[in-house]
Design a protein around this ligand. Structure first.
Ligand SMILES: [Mn+2]
Length: 294
């Protein structure tokens, strides 16, 4: 049921025409949570994010880490105009009275040195506690403190999707070679599938660990990001919310004025010359939606 709600919320979010700047009018949401924008990388969907921010003004905006990708920028400078526009949009929101809170993540850990300070009206906090309109206390953290090997896990997940056929072919060649060397049959694809399952287990382990820590701290729920997988569900009586990312899934967590929370997914407006996505990203997003609806 929760999944269906988030799909409906996504449809409503998409119903607002892009470029229709509502920020000068009333806030649409009490709170918006976004994370993992990865500004400073070619993967960041900055144009879509700008559309989303324009169409979804809020009283409070939480930036839940990995906003600017310091790791990538150190390696290679990449800062197009659209990324600048996002930063300007966030600063403008703060100027117009939106409370903007930035909780740094691992890719922007340089900002952790500035916790307790404010930049252009944006508060920087190591972690935050958000009180919903219906009185629930949500712990707000990026989530990397619970980290293991997620980069590897993601890579394996893609491998499972895209290179399965290739793996099977490779498997045949490998075993022809093994047979020639007098070695027994060994299934490469079964081995890799096992690893993908490990990757999926990692996601679940992450979710359970974050929810358990929120509960231990006496909160009713938690909002995090980091693993680029939007989700909202109860785990042992604690509400686990992950606001997703703006690299692949283009998702946010929103709270309405009654305290109802939902995950919204940005849909590119159906117009010629709109946002072009590589096929792989489309597939990932479609998969996510199915998962959320399941
Ligand atoms: Mn992260």
């Amino acid at each position: 049921m929760k999944g269906l709600e988030s799909v409906l919320a996504a449809a409503r979010a998409a119903a607002v025409p892009a470029g229709d700047d509502l920020s000068s009018t009333r806030a649409r949401w009490r709170t918006v949570f976004i994370s993992d924008l990865h500004l400073g990388t070619p993967g960041c969907q900055a144009e879509a994010l700008l559309d989303f921010l324009k169409a979804n003004p809020s009283e409070q905006l939480f930036l839940v880490g990995d906003i600017v990708d310091g790791w990538q920028l150190r390696r290679r400078w990449y800062w197009p105009q659209a990324h600048n526009d996002v930063v300007q949009k966030l600063l403008r929101a703060a100027r117009k009275g939106c409370r903007v809170v930035f909780v740094p993540g691992n890719h922007d850990e340089f900002a952790r040195a500035f916790t307790g300070n404010a930049f252009g009206g944006i508060e920087v906090l190591e972690e935050a506690v958000h009180m919903t309109a219906d009185g629930r206390r949500l712990w707000v953290i990026h989530g990397d403190h619970f980290d293991g090997v997620i980069q590897c896990a993601k890579w394996l997940a893609y491998l499972g999707d895209n290179l399965y056929e290739f793996t099977l072919r490779l498997n045949r060649h490998l075993n022809t070679l093994r047979a020639r060397l007098g070695l027994p049959y060994w299934s490469l694809s079964a081995y890799l599938k096992g690893r993908v399952k490990t990757a999926l287990n990692y996601v679940t382990d992450f979710e359970v660990a974050v929810a358990a820590e929120a509960r231990r701290r006496g909160h009713q729920g938690v909002v995090c990001g980091h693993i680029h997988r939007a989700e909202m569900r109860e785990i042992d009586g604690t509400l686990y919310c992950n606001d997703g990312d703006w690299v692949e899934s283009m998702t946010a967590l929103v709270e309405d004025f009654q305290g109802r929370l939902s995950i919204v997914q940005w849909q590119p407006p159906p117009r010629a010359g709109g946002h072009r996505q590589p096929d792989r990203a489309q597939g990932v997003r479609a998969g996510r939606l199915e998962e959320m609806a399941a």
